[in-house]
Ligand binder design. Structure first.
Ligand SMILES: Nc1nc2c(c(=O)[nH]1)N[C@H]1C(S)=C(S)[C@@H](COP(=O)(O)OP(=O)(O)OC[C@H]3O[C@@H](n4cnc5c(=O)[nH]c(N)nc54)[C@H](O)[C@@H]3O)O[C@H]1N2
Ligand SMILES: Nc1nc2c(c(=O)[nH]1)N[C@H]1C(S)=C(S)[C@@H](COP(=O)(O)OP(=O)(O)OC[C@H]3O[C@@H](n4cnc5c(=O)[nH]c(N)nc54)[C@H](O)[C@@H]3O)O[C@H]1N2
Ligand SMILES: [Mo]
Length: 566
């Protein structure tokens, strides 16, 4: 979102799902949507059924790549090299959209000069992708009537995630594949309401509606409504909070609906810092590993179907959720718990209803102003921006960039020079393998919400290795191995995956209570977005011989698709 905001001024996906289904070329870059965004992927497949070409850029031949016309299997962390090579090919093949570049962008000359070294040969050598495949993608993307470029964590979860995003934005600016029906940039959001969280100001430097805390005018509107001062100082990202704990500047933390004692990179450090806090409070619907470390647990908050409110999805569509079940036992709505907390802290927050809370959002966030609950009901959801009661939803963002009149066009979108920058941790003799981590279809994040009930297809954690590495390390399916990085060690059974290239290893973090994968990951973070490099650590694998620690029960025992997970 930081990258998109830098280029276009707004941190949201540009297109609606309907437009994805209408695109002629779709590039899924570092995104395994078949597993992680199945609803969105359904729209991709509708486009494919209509004859759209699908490209997948992923180091693994992922479940999504299985549907692709072409899979570009690059080395982990070489996305900028690939994007710059594609850009140079577009430039040299005369496929730039000259009108769009002249009218709507800045910094073209400097950018064009910066990619001049990225010949197909060099790009292919650095990324490991055949030159013909790079050329094909460049021509298909630039030549498409409407192309969608979609990405997720394979792009963002790197120490240079923002630069990765900027390198993709450059491709859209070169070719004019943005701001038109069907053409756009779609970063898919992770959790169901993570877009909504950002929209409501759950970012260190933003008030609701992406209004800057540094903007005195915006602050004073909130101060009037709230009768309280709004601090102008930028807050901390999650990763900065852990650094602040280490320095002793952060002593007390309230965690709401997050399990950092499992989900943080270099998690032993995270646990040590959480344990060292003066005061840790956890508000969750489950007793998580993080809750076990807490001084106070506020248990049994109501889950999404047990309360009212809104969620916002990846296409910026705000939809209502309604209470359909009573929460069990003493469980209460999260908002009621927060209102009580505010009360104890000496602030009187009073709302008659959930709708009254939403109406406050509409008064303070211009992009939500036209979304009354009534209209949300009538229309079944509305995309932002929706500034007034009669505003019709815009299907896509940044159409202004195509306007003839420079006043309507507004601020041009800058090209950004970005340089190839390999993963923070280089491979070495001690740690010669590249570990990347990610998701499966049938499990969810740290496993808190998916581990507690049986699923017919779920198998426990495995370490997926390439057939080449299995041969050289003398490993077979089910062999329990020790996986180590400079930070920690875990044990897991091997699964040989023909979709992996030599040197690449894959694990999930879904079974973290049995195999705590984030013991291995590195907390190198992007300075601009604060995102950790979950996608690239250096590890070694040792086969266990003789009397070695037995594998964690669920990890070893239920290897094999089709066996119930208990
Ligand atoms: N079933 C299921 N769905 C989920 C979730 C879940 O846990 N389970 N979690 C949700 C959340 S919070 C999120 S954020 C999303 C995440 O959704 P995705 O980002 O699609 O999920 P991941 O599997 O983490 O990573 C995507 C792909 O990035 C690739 N990758 C790794 N390194 C690189 C690289 O250097 N370059 C490129 N181009 N690709 C790379 C991996 O091989 C992987 O296939 O999913 C959401 N949906
Ligand atoms: N190795 C590795 N680690 C990763 C990643 C990776 O790709 N690889 N991905 C990272 C990413 S993208 C993400 S998003 C994080 C996810 O990391 P977390 O957010 O820490 O993991 P979850 O398991 O999704 O935890 C969500 C918690 O919210 C609680 N919850 C659910 N609904 C409600 C509710 O209505 N109210 C309250 N109060 N609580 C609720 C659940 O019980 C659960 O404990 O993990 C990160 N960690
Ligand atoms: Mo996520």
């Amino acid at each position: 979102m930081v990258g998109l905001a830098t280029v276009f001024g707004a941190g949201g996906g540009t297109s609606s799902y309907e437009e994805v289904a209408a695109a002629d070329v779709i590039v899924m870059w570092g995104s395994n949507a078949r597993n992680a965004h199945p609803i969105f992927f359904h729209h991709v497949l509708r486009a494919v059924d209509r004859g759209a070409r699908l490209y997948v850029v992923d180091p693994r031949r992922s479940e999504t790549a299985a549907f692709a016309d072409r899979w570009l299997g690059l080395e982990v962390g070489t996305d900028i090299a690939l994007a710059n090579t594609i850009a140079r090919e577009i430039l040299h093949a005369g496929l730039v959209h000259p009108d769009f570049v002249t009218r709507a962008t800045t910094g073209f000359d400097e950018f064009a000069a910066s990619v001049e070294d990225w010949t197909l040969e060099r790009g292919s050598a650095v990324t490991g992708v055949p030159a013909d495949d790079i050329r094909e993608l460049a021509h298909a993307y630039a030549g498409a009537g409407a192309a969608q470029l979609c990405w997720t964590l394979g792009i963002t979860e790197h120490h240079n995630g923002v630069d990765n995003v900027l390198s993709l934005c450059n491709l859209a600016l070169l070719t004019g594949q943005v701001g038109r029906y069907g053409a756009g940039l779609s970063p898919l959001r992770g959790q169901n309401n993570v877009q909504g969280g950002g929209d409501m100001g759950a970012l260190p430097d933003k008030l609701p509606g992406f209004q800057d805390v540094a903007d005195a005018g915006a602050r004073s509107r909130f101060e009037r409504e709230w009768s309280a001062p709004v601090p102008p100082r930028k807050g901390w990202h999650l990763t900065q909070m852990f650094d602040a704990m280490e320095r002793g500047d952060l002593r007390s933390v309230l965690v709401i609906g997050e399990n950092p004692a499992r989900s943080e990179a270099d998690v032993s450090r995270a646990v040590r810092l959480l344990e060292g806090l003066d005061h840790l409070v956890v508000l969750d619907i489950h007793l998580t590993r993080t809750a076990e470390l807490a001084d106070v647990v506020l248990p049994g908050s109501a889950s999404w179907c047990e309360s009212d409110g809104t969620v916002t999805n990846s296409e910026r569509r705000v939809q209502r959720v309604r209470k359909s079940l009573d929460p069990p036992g003493d469980a209460r709505d999260d908002i009621d718990i927060l209102l009580d907390l505010a009360d104890r802290l000496g602030h009187r927050w009073h709302y008659d209803s959930h709708e009254a809370i939403w109406d406050e959002v509409r008064r303070l966030s211009p992009m939500h102003a036209g979304m009354s609950w009534r209209r949300l009901d009538d229309l079944g959801g509305i995309q932002w921006p929706c500034p007034s009661d009669d505003a019709l939803e815009p299907p896509f963002l940044h159409g202004r960039l195509w306007a003839e009149d420079p006043r309507e066009r507004g601020r041009p979108a800058p090209f950004n020079v970005v340089r190839h920058d390999p993963p923070a941790e280089a491979l070495s003799d001690e740690f010669p393998l590249r570990l990347t981590t990610g998701r499966r279809l049938d499990s969810y994040n740290t496993g808190v919400q998916s581990g507690g009930f049986p699923s017919p297809n779920r198998r426990g954690e495995t370490v997926d290795v390439s057939p080449d590495d299995a041969r050289s390390l003398d490993l077979a399916d089910g062999d329990v191995v020790r996986i180590s990085s400079a930070r920690g060690t875990v044990h897991a059974p091997v699964r040989v995956d023909p979709g992996l290239r030599a040197g690449l290893v894959f694990m999930t973090f879904h079974f973290a209570d049995e195999v705590d994968v984030n013991q291995l990951t590195i907390d190198a973070t992007d300075p601009k977005a604060g995102t950790a490099e979950f996608k690239a650590a250096a590890v070694r694998i040792d086969k266990l011989v003789g009397d070695q620690p037995s594998p964690p029960p669920s990890a070893g025992a239920d290897l094999g698709v089709g066996e119930p997970w208990t």
